[in-house]
Every structure is written in structure tokens, then in C-alpha cells.
Design a protein around this ligand. Structure first.
Ligand SMILES: [Zn+2]
Length: 331
């Protein structure tokens, strides 16, 4: 398979073009390390300024969408220790959290001293959603460049469940542990606004509603939520503008009792379903759903091209995939 000589993005990626030197259009459009560092500083300052304005005297300062993976565990530590924020962490249990991850979550929240909610949507609903999402294109094609349809379904629920809770509780920030490859710096801090959220919601909610009916409404915003625009929080992805060093991250969270699960694929440190989502996506579209994220990390100097390619070409873990399929009632 032909890949960009710089970032490793494959020829099967949508709208990719290579020049005579074998460098892709995404690398050609990249503005370089210096510009990135300037932007990071700008967003760091913006975050600190917002914190000074919005920090509360009572109640939580932020709601962390906590997957239990390495990046979000580390982000939780930064929120608590570097910024001193009163944080509520929430994990959505999609039915496929690795047992080791559940232990990691307990260790991290206990050791950091953080309030925590495990939110488990009805599994019969999730099963129908994942089972349908695996091989039908229910969302706009653009979403397929960044994630498998299964992953988009799961993350869509996480986004709206956390947003709903933040609005109801008046929490001013929702924090995500996206890596710099997942969250572009320009999108690392933004204020949710009702009209944007309304259109995002319909893109996700309408297809899900066709699959499972009105029971899906409990996980999304209602008219009542949209009537309080002043309660809409900011979304923040701190790892996009802070230092990001995978080795250092692993070392710091190890001290909190976090241990790398052995049963997840190399791109996830928390979710078993991910392996299946990746397999289906690769078969259908001939590129890995993490290709774009890893190419970004390579381009920005966070990862070697060889390591990215190794992760992208890793064999599927058939044993895990069998377990996932059985639980979803497939085959
Ligand atoms: Zn490239």
C-alpha cells in the first residue's frame, strides 16, 4: 500500500493526493511546528483566562468525559493537580469496557480524590445501535474519515449525555482527553451554542431514533435544555495545547495505579468494542479509522512514522472480536 513518505497516510484515505516527492496534501497544508507552538500558547492562555472567569465557589468546575484510557486519565490528573479544578468525572459504560480499565478507573479517581459517575445506558438499546451501525452508513460520510461508525455512535452518546448533565448542573466546562492528533488546536476550546448543537444533535439523533425509537431521547437534549443558552458549557481538550508525551503520560498515571490493559487493540487503552469497529471499517473502506489521527501525531512530531504504521497494520485480535460479536448477537 502506498503511503505518504512523511506522515504515513495511505492512498486509500478519502481525497488524498501525493506530489512528485510522495508527500500528501495534508502534509503540504501543515503550517509547521513553530505556528503550532504559537497556537498552543494562545489556547493555554485562553483556557487560564476562562478558568479565572468561570471558576465556581460552589459546585463542580468541570465535567470530564472519562473513558479510563491513558489520555483521559492523565487529563484528569492535570485538571486536579495543575489547575486545582473541582472535577466530576463520568464514564459511559458501553458494555465493552475492559475489566482492567474498570480497575484503572477506580484507582485513578480514588487516588486523585475525584467524584465519579458510571453511566450505563440500556444495553438492549446499545446492542441495536452498534449492530446496525457496523455496516450501514447512517451518518454523514465525513465522519468516516475520523472514526468507525460504531465509534461515532458511542462518542455521540457520550457527548450528549455529558452535555445534558453539564447544562442541568450548571457546570461551565466539559473536558475531553483527546490527543493532539484527535483534537485540532483550533477546536481545543469552544463554547457550545444552541444552534450548532441542535444541528449536530439531529445528525446523530435522527438515525439513532429510526433504529431504536423514542427511548433514545433520554440521552439527548430536549427543548427545555435549548431554552437555557446561558447554561451551555465550554468544551475543552487540554492535551491539544499542553505538553503531550506518551511515555511521560504512562509514567505519571502508573503512579496512580493505572495499568495498561492487555486485551484492547493498540489504539485504545480502554474499549474492547473498538477492535471490532476497526475491523469492520478496514474491510469496508480499506483504511484504518485511526489513520488520520496517527498521521497528525506523526506530522506534529509526537510519534514516529514507523510506529504509526506498525499500529495501523497490527493484526486484529480475533479472540476479542469473537467476544464482542457474541455479545452483540452477530453470527
Ligand atoms: Zn502526509
Amino acid at each position: 500500500m502506498k503511503r505518504c513518505v512523511r506522515c504515513g497516510l495511505p492512498e486509500t484515505f478519502p481525497n488524498i493526493r501525493f506530489d512528485d516527492e510522495g508527500i500528501c496534501n495534508f502534509c503540504r497544508a501543515y503550517r509547521g511546528k513553530e505556528k503550532l507552538e504559537q497556537a498552543k500558547e494562545k489556547f493555554r492562555n485562553k483556557f487560564e483566562k476562562l478558568l479565572a472567569e468561570k471558576k465556581r465557589t460552589g459546585g463542580y468546575d468541570c465535567l470530564m468525559a472519562y473513558s479510563g484510557g491513558k489520555d483521559s486519565s492523565y487529563t484528569l490528573k492535570v485538571l486536579k493537580e495543575q489547575y486545582g479544578l473541582r472535577t466530576l468525572a463520568l464514564t459511559m459504560d458501553n458494555g465493552f469496557i475492559s475489566p482492567r480499565t474498570m480497575e484503572n478507573i477506580r484507582n485513578v479517581v480514588e487516588n486523585l480524590g475525584i467524584d465519579y459517575i458510571l453511566y450505563k445506558p440500556r444495553f438492549d438499546i446499545l446492542k441495536k445501535l452498534f449492530g446496525t451501525a457496523k455496516d450501514s452508513d447512517i451518518y454523514p460520510p465525513k465522519t468516516l474519515e475520523r472514526a468507525s461508525t460504531i465509534c461515532t455512535t458511542c462518542m455521540g452518546l457520550v457527548k450528549f449525555i455529558t452535555l445534558r448533565l453539564a447544562i442541568e448542573s450548571g457546570i461551565p466546562f466539559i473536558v475531553y482527553g483527546w490527543s493532539p492528533g484527535q483534537a485540532p488546536i483550533e477546536a481545543s476550546i469552544f463554547k457550545n451554542n444552541p444552534s450548532m448543537i441542535k444541528s449536530m444533535q439531529s445528525v446523530l439523533l435522527e438515525p439513532m431514533r429510526r433504529i431504536v425509537g423514542d427511548d433514545i431521547l433520554n440521552y439527548f437534549l430536549t427543548e427545555e435544555h435549548f431554552e437555557s443558552p446561558e447554561r451551555f458549557p465550554y468544551n475543552v481538550s487540554p492535551l491539544a495545547f499542553l505538553e503531550y508525551d506518551e511515555e511521560k503520560i504512562l509514567e505519571e498515571i502508573k503512579a496512580l495505579g493505572w495499568v495498561k490493559p492487555e486485551d484492547t487493540d493498540p489504539n485504545s487503552t480502554n474499549c474492547l468494542l473498538n477492535s471490532f469497529g476497526i475491523q469492520v471499517h478496514r474491510k469496508r473502506f480499506r483504511f484504518h479509522p485511526y489513520a488520520f489521527e496517527l498521521a497528525n501525531l506523526v506530522r506534529e512530531g509526537y510519534m514516529d512514522r514507523d510506529e504509526a504504521i506498525e499500529r495501523l497494520e497490527a493484526e486484529d485480535n480475533e479472540e476479542i472480536i469473537r467476544i464482542v460479536k457474541r455479545k452483540l448477537g452477530i453470527e
